[in-house]
Structures are given as C-alpha cells and as structure tokens.
Write a protein that binds this ligand. Sequence first.
Ligand code: I6G
Length: 672
Amino acid sequence: MTRSVEHRINKLREDLERYSYAYHVLDDPVIPDAEYDALFRTLQKLEEDHPQLITPDSPTQRVGEKPLDAFAPAEHQVPMLSLGNVFDADELEAFETRIRDRLGESREIEYTAEPKIDGLAVSLLYESGRLVRGATRGDGFTGEDITENIRTIRSVPLRLQGIEAWPERLEVRGEVFMSRSGFERYNAQARHEGGKTLVNPRNAAAGALRRLDPGETSRYPLDVFFYSASHIERLTPVRTQYEALQYLKDLGLKVCDEVRQLSGFRECLEYYEEILGRKSLLDYEMDGVVYKVNDLNLQEALGMVSRAPRWAVAHKFPAQEAMTRVTGIRFQVGRTGALTPVASLDPVFVGGATVSNATLHNMNEVRRKDVRVGDDVIIRRAGDVIPEVVKTALKPDAVRGGAIEMPAGCPECGAEVVQVEDEAVIRCSGGLFCPAQRKGAIKHFASRTAMDIEGLGHKLVDQLVEEKLVSSVKDIYHLKSEQVAGMERMGELSAANLLDAIGKSRHTTLARFIYALGIRGVGEATAATLADHFGDLDHLEQADLEQLQDIPDVGPVIARNIHVFFRQPHNQEVIAGLREAGITWEVMTGSRTARSSIAGKTYVLTGRLEQFTRAQAASQLKALGAKVTGSVSGETHAVIAGENPGSKVDKARSLGVQVLTEQDLLEILQDE
Ligand code: I6G
C-alpha cells in the first residue's frame, strides 16, 4: 500500500515540478491553473495522510511554517563582488582598451551582454542538486541566511533538473526582483481588498525578501534571474560565460532570455541602444546592461581590482528626472564634518519613489547651478543614489530669492566653517566636539557593514549622545541596560537585545573594524584591502606613507588620511579603549605582509639601480613588511647593491652581511 502511495506521490511531485517549471521559468504554461491546483491539493492530501513521506523538496513544502527571530549570518564561499560602472561610449571604449592592454590582445574581445536587473543580489547553494541555502549579498563576504524566503520563490528550483550528474556543490548568483506585471497584479488585488499598495517593484522585492515570516514573503510575486555560477565541476568543461549560462538553464535555473554573445565594444553599444529603446516593454525594471568577457580563461587572467572583476562592467542607463520647486536650503553636517547643502522640495514622484530632499553636493555646485529658494528645478534620481538637483528650470517671469551663501558657522555646533584650498567641500572645524560629527561617527561605527550592532539605530544614537551617555565609540561598550532602557521607545527587552548585539559585535573581522573607524576615504573595499595586506592592526598602525601608497587603490590622499589618523592621540586612545573593551578579530595569517618571508628583515640599498629608483625599491620591500635603513650594521639582513655602490658593500663584507644584486632583489619581490 505505502509503496503504491509513494509511487503516486513521486509521480505527482515530478508532474507538478514540470508544470511549475514551464509556468514560472519558461513562461510557457502547459496545463490550466485550475488543473495544477487540483493536482497540488491531491498531493497535499496524500502527504497529510502519510506524513512520513514528506520531503523538504516537495512542491508543497515551499513555505515554511515558523517565522524566524532573526536571519543568521551566511558566509559566502566565494566573495560576492561588485561591478564597476560606465556611463557612456567613451568610458566603455576605455574599458575595452584596458582589457586589451592588459591581455596584450589585438583581436576583438568577445562579450556576453545582458540586462542589469534592478533587484537584490542573492547567492544560492545547491548540494547534490538540492537547494540548501539562500543568502543576501551583505558586505560581499557575509550576507544573511534567507533560505526560507528564497524557497518561496516559485521560479527557484528546490531540486535541480538532471542533464547529467549534478555537481556536488554549486553556488549560483542571481538577482531577485518583482516583475512589473506581478507588481501591478499585487496592487490591483490590494486595492480591491482595501489593503496597502506597494510603491515600486524594487523596494517591494527588498521588503518581501527580508520578512522574518516566510509565509509573508510567499504573498509577494518574486522572481529571479541567475547570472553566474561557481564550483562547477562537470564532465564537459565550460569554457565561456555564455556556456555557463546555458549550463544553468539546463539545470532548470532561470536565465534572462535577453543574454547575447557580442564581439567588440561597438556591438555592445548597439545592444545597449537597442535594449534602452524597448526597456519599457520588458516585464522587469533594469538600470543598465552588464558586459562580461566571454572567455573564462581571459576572465581569470584579468582578475579583480578593488573587489570588482576587471572583466565585467555595468553600462548604466541615464537617470530619471522630474521637475519640482525648492522650498528651502539647509546644510547637513556629516560624520567627517563636511557640510552638504540639501534642497527641501515640493514632494515629487520620480523613478518609483517620492522625493522631498535632493542634494546640491557642495558650495561650488550651489554657485554653479545658482539654485535659490523658490526656484523651479529639475531633479534626478538614479538607482540607489541620493536624488540630486540637476539645474534650475526658471520661468521667464520668475521672482527669485537671494543667492545662497556659505554659512559662517556650523549649524550644529557653531564652530567656524573652513574650506580647504582646492577642495570643493566646506567643513565644520569642531571635530568630535561637534555633536553632528560625533553622532555620525558613532552611527557609522554601529552600521550594518561596519560593526553591525543591530538596534543601535540613528534615533537611539542621537539620544545617547544628547544625554551624554555616549561621546565616543568606545563608550558603547560600557552602556548599562538601565541606561538604555530609559531612552525613548526603549524597554527592558529592547535594552537587553541591544546589549546582546553590542556583546556580539566584540568579535568582528579586521576589515570591518578598520572600516568602522571611519577614516576619511577608507570605504569597505579599501578596508578589506588593508586588512588583507597587513593582516593585523599593529602593522597597519605602524605603516609609513610609502608602504601605504604601495597598496593598490591607496593613493597619496588616502595614505595620508590613514597615516594621520593613527597618529592622532585621540584616535589612539579610542582604539586602545576598544581593545580594552574586548574587541577582537582573527589575525589573518594569509595576508600578504604576514606570509611574506622577508617581513621583519632589514635591508640596505646602495648604488644606482636599473629597474627602479632606490625609493621605489625601498617602498616595495616595506610593502612586504621588511625594514629599509640607511646604514649597515649587524642587524642588517642584506645589502642590495646597484652600480657604483661605495663603502656600504665593504662594511657589509666586514660584518659578514650578505650582498645581493638588483636581480636578486627582483627575484625576492617576484617570489613574494
Ligand atoms: O550585480 C550584478 C548584477 C548583474 C553583478 C553581475 C551581473 O551580471 C549580469 N555580475 C557580476 C560578475 C557581479 N555583479 C559581480
């Protein structure tokens, strides 16, 4: 009896999967909805009567019953990178030129081109063909485990289709989105039922994917396109991006059908223009197109820069614009003291959201655009970036207010406002005495991509600073629950949760900690590069300007910011306080400096070198953790002698210190 039931159940599951695939992935239904529903109910009934036969990948098991308390962290096996952008034909040509130069390639480069969907990046893990995990992008290294929510998306297979043996592990990346038709249908239904309507598909998809109750997520019409895979171990090797996408399709994973193979940047431009012309006819929102070098070997040869692949780029669509009126202009003080002029606007709906504030960036822009209170203006909103005022759109008879002047004092603390020569930005000189800067630094420190202290939101930070309970980031770790519970909208439970989150943040990564310090110009990618390079904070703190500048992506300005930051007594005191409060991270033994065999050894350079100046050679050695000094002693590991070396070589010989040639130096640098 059970065997025949099992057989029926398996057959129903297979049929339902096939019908669902035809409907949700191929967009080509093969049976009427009512028939599908009837078969689904039959399966449900059989499983109800024989619960021992329920398996997690049954079509009836998409929606888990229990809401979660929180999303668990999900570490990505391969980091989720970001994409560089180009905005016009010249920038695209430059992208291609960079690739050709790097590869020394004179032939046309082949690309794949596909829409850049305006959704949320996700990473899905299949083990032996079964979906075992779904995660958000997060900071690129660790996201949130949203497996239960991903399972509710009908176009995500819970079990891969078989064309041959599945790879043991397959990690696929894609974009979750809400189709325009799904969005319209949802809103029509909501209006009909007197429920809440959604504002735009992107925010709706983001909100739906972050619901703790998968039952709630399943109410939204989410969809997905996959665009890349890693851990492919298969019989037939995949040689190109295009073949990889074909492989994903063969496994039943949904791939956008606008993907093309193209040759040279001119064909990419044609693709861009063509798809831009008909983008409103497509059922999904997109903010550009993505080109990728097709040949996977070339992708590998090109590698990455700043956590973005050199072999791919997003070509963004022009931003969306609207007209409105400026009702006021105020200056907002950021965490680095920069005063940003912000225009308050008559609210206007643009690019799927209502906008009532737009940035004017800096005083140079205010003067150049000559924006005044009362002016009609054009504003622009593009993707996730803050809306900006593009220009005035004055009527001929417009009566105008006075020109906007740079404020003499900081609107938050009254300190003098200064403009550094050659810099467009004006800054409050109050430093961390300015409450806005202090609040900004603390908010940044606690933010999700920094120390990730859940519950320490902007309003609470404002209160804690105003009540003088927190004046620097180290004070966060000395907060008492009764102090927190006394704040507005906080109770004992939320205070306990916050203290718990603060406790958890004590164990972090070096990259997050460096980023959290808020050094000007050091974003997430640079912080990760610094962590990777130095392996521990002590090495970074002690690094000199040359060592810092030698790191890819760290130019002279950022190198100076880092150098100055670690030499300020106030910052040293805060870092010491944080360490005393128990903040720890793992020392990265795999870092370039830590694993270098010359780290800690002392070298002396003398004579004229052929390949580089002595200063360049010194800084490359220092970048690997070596010391370079001017005089030879018993501590010297080796003297590197160029042409006409002089007395240092004699001294080395007399002390028994080895003397190396420029060629030896090149080999050392290459080996490391
Ligand atoms: O964010 C992305 C969107 C679309 C991507 C991407 C993509 O391909 C169609 N591809 C890569 C390689 C990355 N981000 C890093």
